[in-house]
Write a protein that binds this ligand. Structure first.
Ligand SMILES: [Zn+2]
Length: 285
């Protein structure tokens, strides 16, 4: 099965993990910007974004702990999206496509947030997710929705987009408002070096996995096989077109043939309790 795009083609020396969605006391979060970053650093995170509602938090110089800080904002129009690595906000009455394009042109990262928030589970409608272009991905997990209506997961929405041929990545974010959420979700990038640029590059090109607790140690896609080694998964699944589970294996490691996959292939690792890790998809011819 020839591969059209493999986000893991480049081997890198580092795995760096971090959270991309957090609120501080500048909007509706519990901790100050500085204390939020400190809490992430204590948790062992390598990078963190602060994404308050419609304003860009700048922690006081000299008070940022040893963590790669990414500036950002949660653009909170009728639907919410993350704009990361940006220095200014945009008007809320701009079209979503303009917001995406202006952010991407300025070198930023765009993630559409918690698609399954709300009673009807369509904070973002499928038609919007399908129609909009050039955003980097969606939140396939958002922890704050555990406390609100709807589903924190959006794997269903992601598989629909991937099956329609869209190349979008899946991110797992805390959407931190309270201290108790810290550690509930992260993204681990495979980075060439410990720098803001390297983290952003990996987040944009899909060289990362999303997690709610399971740690992946190796992802290799080559010679028609998708191999994943984890520290703590009890089951691993290969998922393809329309979310179909093509194959599953017990234990912490698995090697799957891509011969029965169609369109795309991604791996989901299931841990103890409700813990998961999700690789990004490999796109097939
Ligand atoms: Zn938020």
């Amino acid at each position: 099965m020839p591969i059209r795009y493999n986000p893991y083609a480049q081997r890198c020396p580092l795995w760096l993990r971090g959270n991309l969605h957090a609120h501080t006391t500048l909007s509706d979060g519990e901790l100050s910007p500085e204390d939020t970053l400190e809490a992430f650093a204590q948790r062992g995170y390598d990078f963190a974004a602060l994404t308050d509602h419609d304003l860009i938090a700048q922690p006081h110089e000299g008070s940022v702990p040893p963590i790669l800080f990414l500036s950002g904002v949660e653009h909170s129009a009728q639907q919410h999206l993350l704009r990361i690595h940006v220095t200014s906000t945009l008007p809320l009455d701009l079209s979503y496509q303009s917001v995406i394009d202006l952010t991407v042109q300025a070198g930023g990262l765009v993630i559409l947030n918690h698609p399954n928030w709300g009673e009807s589970r369509e904070h973002w409608r499928d038609s919007q997710l399908l129609h909009l272009e050039r955003y980097h991905g969606i939140e396939i997990y958002n922890n704050v929705i555990e406390y609100l209506q709807g589903s924190p997961y959006a794997l269903d929405r992601w598989d629909r987009l991937l099956s329609a041929g869209k190349q979008v990545w899946g991110y797992a974010n805390e959407d931190t408002h309270w201290v108790k959420q810290i550690g509930s979700a992260w993204n681990a990038v495979h980075a060439r070096e410990r720098s803001q640029e390297a983290v952003l590059e990996a987040l944009k090109t899909g060289r990362f996995y999303a997690s709610t607790g399971v740690v992946i140690e190796e992802i290799v896609v080559e010679d028609g096989y998708f191999r994943v080694s984890t520290r703590d998964a009890r089951e691993i699944r290969l998922i393809s077109l329309h979310g179909r589970v093509v194959e599953q294996a017990h234990g912490a490691r698995a090697t799957f043939s891509l011969s029965k996959a169609e369109g795309y292939a991604r791996v989901e690792a299931v841990g103890e309790g409700e813990r998961f890790a999700w690789t990004q998809p490999v796109f097939l011819e």
